[in-house]
Design a protein around this ligand. Structure first.
Ligand code: ATP
Length: 344
């Protein structure tokens, strides 16, 4: 069932359109990541969903009911901000129970619920501490517990893990994901980190320039990108300019014949071939290139080549390491069925 629907949501700040005509349906219980480069409109879209920002046009519906004119505090939403916005003058337990206090819930119920929430985020003994007595990861957990205090229908988080160091961040990604799965709460998280989004999301919403570029499961965006922006943003890829005619793709003076499994998403004419480094091979025949860089990464070997002025990367398992050296002339082949032709 659709829990959250966005209908033509647009937000302008003066002449600048931060969110441009976004329409989406998010099913109940899903973990959604809003992903995209800095300034693409992720935070503005989240704030529109939360009701912290009024749209220039469009609507936000929860379970089919229009909430566009409902103020933020009357929406059944939990929020975690990038800054966490925890209160230094309150104890940890009081912070967690704060959304209940402003809704007039009595003290005893608040205390029980705070204890339950702190248990849930694995901080059972820290309720009496002050915020400054907590580590970064513990603060993060307090903010998450507070966001869940009202048992929200929709849980919204803006870059909740961005202040943490890499190890703790990876750990918290899993923890947040597991907590969300256990509670089944529909969750939308803003992140600019594609690895983080791939780790956590059921559904990725990739934005650029205020517009949604593609929505889908992470592997869908990886395997079947809608355009060159998506192909380049999700994982690594080689983007090779060429010319498409029917099933023939001319790249750097060589014509490749595309196969049934390959995806052709561009009309005939100038086009871009997207091939992942792990689907790029060095072969006896193919597109001529020259080795410009070799690197052993332990679990893989990376070979960078120059193909008619375009940099192409190939990735090999150590046992498949090609017998090439810097400066060698080679030929490149691209795995049939894994090639995607995108609009130029
Ligand atoms: P980041 O990852 O850097 O936080 P973002 O994708 O979350 O970026 P937004 O914060 O949504 O991007 O901003 C989108 C665009 O809207 C930016 O160009 C930003 O400068 C602009 N913008 C955001 N808020 C306002 C505002 N209150 N007034 C004017 N312009 C704004």
């Amino acid at each position: 069932m659709t829990e959250l629907s966005l209908r033509g949501l647009t937000k302008r700040f003066g002449a600048m359109t931060a969110v441009d005509d976004v329409s989406l349906d998010i099913p109940e219980g899903r973990f959604v990541c809003l992903l995209g480069p800095s300034g693409c409109g992720k935070t503005t879209l989240l704030r529109l969903i939360a009701g912290l920002e009024a749209p220039s046009s469009g609507a936000v519906l929860v379970a089919g009911r229009d909430q566009t004119d409902t103020p933020a505090h009357k929406r059944d939403f939990g929020m975690v901000f990038q800054s966490l916005a925890l209160f230094p003058h309150l104890s940890v337990a009081e912070n967690v129970a704060y959304p209940l206090a402003i809704r007039g819930v009595d003290r005893a119920t608040r205390r029980n619920r705070a204890a339950e929430l702190l248990q849930m985020v694995r901080l059972p003994d820290l309720g009496d501490r002050r915020i400054h007595q907590l580590s970064g990861g513990q603060r993060q957990r307090v903010a998450i517990a507070r966001g869940l205090a009202i048992n929200p229908r929709v849980f919204l988080l803006d870059e909740p893990l961005s202040a943490l160091d890499a190890n703790l961040r990876e750990h918290m990604q899993m923890e947040l994901r597991q907590l969300q799965q256990r509670l089944g709460v529909t969750t939308v998280v803003v992140t600019h980190d594609q690895k983080e989004a791939l780790t956590m999301a059921d559904i990725l919403i990739l934005m650029d320039g205020g517009r949604v570029q593609q929505v889908g499961a992470p592997m869908e965006l990886y395997r079947d990108p809608a355009n060159a922006f998506v192909a380049g943003f999700i994982g690594n890829t080689n983007l090779l300019r060429g010319h498409l005619r029917g099933r023939e793709m001319a790249v750097a003076g060589t014509t490749l014949t595309l196969d049934d499994g390959d995806r052709i998403k561009a009309p005939d004419g100038p086009a871009i071939l997207s091939v992942r480094p792990e689907d790029t091979r060095i072969a006896a025949r193919g597109v001529p290139a020259r080795v410009t860089f070799l690197r052993d990464l332990g679990e893989s070997v990376q070979v960078v080549m120059d193909m008619d002025g375009t940099e192409v990367t190939a990735l090999f398992a150590p046992r498949d390491r090609p017998d090439v050296s810097l400066g060698d002339s080679v030929h490149l082949a691209f795995e049939p069925g894994r090639r995607v032709v995108l609009p130029a």
